[in-house]
Design a protein around this ligand. Structure first.
Ligand code: HEM
Length: 524
C-alpha cells in the first residue's frame, strides 16, 4: 500500500493562502472579515475539518502503519517526535519505547523506529540501502551540500569529490595537525594548573581549531583556543545543529521557517559568515599541504567539474560542523568515563607511559594507533557516546521487508543507534557500563557478547561518515597527549548526577553542565 508523499510546507502554505483568498472573495461585500463572524466561523471550520480527517485517518485501521504500536501522540503528529528531539533525550526515550513495544515503534504518523541489528543492513549498509528522508531537506538552505543530497546516485557523485580528503596520505598529514593542536591544548591547560578547568569548553574550541586547519589549511583563522570565542562560533554551530535536528522531524515547518531569516538564519549566521570568509581567503591561497578545500576546489585534479559557490559554501560549512561538535562530544564523554573510573584511567595511563615519554612525536603516532587498551577505550566511548540518535531513511517505491514485516513505500524508517549499542543482545554483561575490557580478547569473561557491527555511531554504507578514521585518530591523539602531559582528576566540586542529567544528544552532544577537572603537570 502506498504512503501519501508529504508536500513541501511552503507549497501547502501558499495553497492555503490561495484558498483563503478565493473563499473570502466570495464573501466580499462585508467591510472586513472581522466584522463578519459567520464568514470567520466558516473559515475556521473549513480549516479544522481537514485536520480532523487527517487525525482520524492516522489513528484508523486503514493507515498503512496501523499495525505498528506506538504512543498515541506520535501516531497523530510529528510534533511529538520533534519535541522529544528538542529535549535532547531522544536516544533514551526511544530505547524506553522499544523496551515497552518491542522491535517496531511508530514514532510518527509515517515513521517507524526499528530496533534490530538485521535492519541496519537493509536500511543503511547494503547496495540496496535506502535514500535519506525529508529530514535532510532544510528548506531553501543548504540546497547543494554533500550531507543534504538525499538520493544515493546523486550523493555518490559528490562523495567522490570529497573522498580523497580522507585518503591514507591525507590522514597522515591530518594526524600531525591534530597532534600539534592537541599539544597546544595541553599548553593552554598548563596555564590553568592551579584552577578548576571546564574541560568540555576547551575541547569544543580545540575541535573547531582542528577542523579549521583540516578544512582551510594554513589560511584558517579559527583560533578559538588562543583567541576565545567572542563571536559565539561554537554556540552558533550548536544552535544550527539543534535547529536542523528538531525541525528535520517536521520538514513542512522547516520549509516555512526558512522564509523567516531572522529566526532561522540568525542561529547559523556567525558560523556561515566565518566559513564564507575563510573560503574566500582560501581560494586565493593554496598552502603547502592539501586540505579539504584542495579537493572541493579541485586544485588537485584540475577538473573542470567545479562546484557552484553555493555548493562550496555549504560543503565547507558542513565540514567544520561535521567534524567539530561530533568529535568533541565523544572526546568529552571519553574523558569523563576514564576520569570517573580510576582503574581504567590508571590502566590507560600505564599503557601510554610504557610506550611514550611526556609527549608523542609525529613519527610515533603509528605506535599510538596500535595500542590495544587505548583502542578499547575509544571503541567503548563511541558505543556509549554516540551523538546521532536518529538516521532517517525512506522506504523505496516497492516497499521493503524488514525483520519479516512488510514496510510500505514512503515510510520513514531508522534504527536507533543508542538502543542498539546498549542492547543486552549486542553487548553483555553490563551493557550500560563503560567497560573497555569488553573489546579485548576474552571480553568480559565466559558468555560475554560483543556484536561489533551493532555499533552505528558512524553509520555505514553510501551515507556513512567519511571522517570515521580521522575522528578515531583525533580521539586517540588528544586523549594520549593529555594523559601523558597531566595527572587529570575530576574537580571536587564536580557532580556526576548533574553532568549525566545535562547530556543532550542531538546530532552533536551538548553538555548543560561542564566537565570540571584539575590538571597537574607531570614531572620531567
Ligand atoms: C566522533 C566523531 C564523529 C561521529 C560520531 C560522526 C558520525 C557521523 C555519522 C553518523 C554520519 C552520517 C550522518 C547521517 O547520515 O545523518 C556522518 C557523516 C559525515 N561525517 Fe562524520 N562523524 C564524526 C566525525 C567526523 C569528522 C572528524 C569528519 C571530518 C570532516 C566527518 C565527516 C563526515 C562527513 C563528510 C559526512 C557525510 C558523509 C556523506 O554524506 O557521504 N565526521 N558522520
Amino acid at each position: 500500500m502506498l504512503q501519501v508523499p508529504e508536500p513541501r510546507g511552503d507549497v501547502v502554505f501558499v495553497a492555503y493562502l490561495a484558498f483563503a483568498t478565493v473563499f473570502f472573495h466570495f464573501k466580499k461585500g462585508q467591510d472586513s472579515i472581522w466584522n463578519c463572524p459567520t464568514a470567520l466561523c466558516q473559515w475556521i471550520a473549513c480549516s479544522l475539518v481537514p485536520l480532523a480527517l487527517v487525525v482520524a485517518y492516522r489513528l484508523s485501521p486503514f493507515h498503512p502503519l496501523a499495525k505498528f504500536p506506538g504512543p498515541l501522540l506520535s501516531r497523530i503528529t510529528k510534533f511529538w517526535l520533534a519535541y522529544v528531539v528538542y529535549t535532547g533525550k531522544r536516544h533514551l526515550e526511544i530505547a524506553k519505547l522499544h523496551d515497552q513495544y518491542g522491535t517496531f515503534v511508530r514514532t510518527g504518523p509515517n515513521t517507524l523506529s526499528i530496533n534490530s541489528h538485521e535492519a541496519i543492513r537493509t536500511i543503511y549498509a547494503t547496495s540496496t540501502s535506502m535514500d535519506k528522508s525529508n529530514a535532510y531537506r532544510p528548506g531553501r538552505f543548504f540546497g547543494g551540500g554533500l550531507f543534504f543530497i538525499r538520493r544515493k546516485d546523486m550523493h555518490a557523485e559528490r562523495r567522490r569529490i570529497w573522498a580523497p580528503a580522507f585518503s591514507p596520505s591525507s590522514l597522515n598529514t591530518a594526524s600531525m595537525t591534530i597532534s600539534r593542536r592537541s599539544r597546544q591544548l595541553a599548553a593552554h591547560l598548563t596555564k590553568l594548573e592551579t584552577q578548576t578547568i571546564d574541560l568540555s569548553s576547551y575541547i569544543r574550541r580545540w575541535s573547531y581549531d582542528v577542523m579549521g586547519d583540516l578544512t582551510f589549511g594554513k589560511s584558517s583563522r579559527i583560533e578559538l583556543m588562543s583567541d576565545g570565542d567572542e563571536n559565539g562560533v561554537v554556540s552558533s554551530g550548536q544552535k544550527a545543529t539543534v535547529l536542523f535536528e528538531v525541525l528535520g522531524e517536521i520538514p513542512m515547518i522547516f520549509d516555512l521557517m526558512c522564509y523567516l531569516p531572522n529566526i532561522c538564519m540568525q542561529e547559523i549566521h556567525v558560523l556561515r559568515k566565518l566559513a564564507n570568509d575563510l573560503l574566500a581567503t582560501r581560494k586565493q591561497v593554496q598552502g603547502p599541504e592539501p586540505d579539504i578545500c584542495t579537493h572541493l576546489l579541485h586544485v588537485d585534479s584540475g577538473s573542470a567539474e567545479n562546484l557552484s559557490d553555493e555548493e562550496l559554501e555549504n560543503d565547507v560549512l558542513f565540514a567544520i560542523q561535521a567534524g567539530s561538535d561530533t568529535t568533541s562530544g565523544v572526546l568529552t564523554l571519553l574523558l569523563y568515563y576514564i576520569l570517573a573510573d580510576r582503574q581504567v584511567y590508571k590502566k590507560l595511563s600505564a599503557e601510554l607511559d610504557l610506550n611514550f615519554r611526556h609527549v608523542i612525536e609525529d613519527n610515533e603516532l603509528s605506535v599510538l594507533f596500535q595500542l590495544p587498551y587505548m583502542g578499547a577505550v575509544v571503541q567503548e566511548a563511541l558505543r556509549l557516546g554516540t551523538p546521532f540518535p536518529g538516521l532517517p531513511r525512506v522506504v523505496p517505491p516497492d516497499g521493503s521487508v524488514i525483520c519479516s514485516r512488510f514496510i510500505p513505500a514512503g515510510t520513514i524508517v531508522g534504527v536507533p543507534a543508542y538502543a542498539q549499542q546498549v542492547s543486552p543482545e549486542n553487548f553483555w554483561p553490563h551493557p550500560l557500563e563503560f567497560m573497555p575490557q569488553r573489546w579485548l580478547p576474552g571480553g568480559l569473561g565466559p558468555g560475554s557478547v560483543l556484536n561489533k557491527s551493532a555499533v552505528m555511531c558512524f553509520s555505514s554504507g553510501p551515507f556513512g561518515c567519511l571522517g570515521k578514521t580521522l575522528a578515531i585518530r583525533e580521539l586517540y591523539i588528544a586523549t594520549a597527549q593529555l594523559l601523558l602531559a597531566f595527572d587529570l582528576e575530576l574537580d571536587t566540586s564536580f557532580s556526576h548526577d548533574k553532568f549525566k542529567a545535562g547530556i543532550q544528544n542531538m546530532r552533536s552532544t551538548l553538555f548543560e553542565y561542564p566537565l570540571l577537572i584539575t590538571a597537574r603537570q607531570r614531572g620531567g
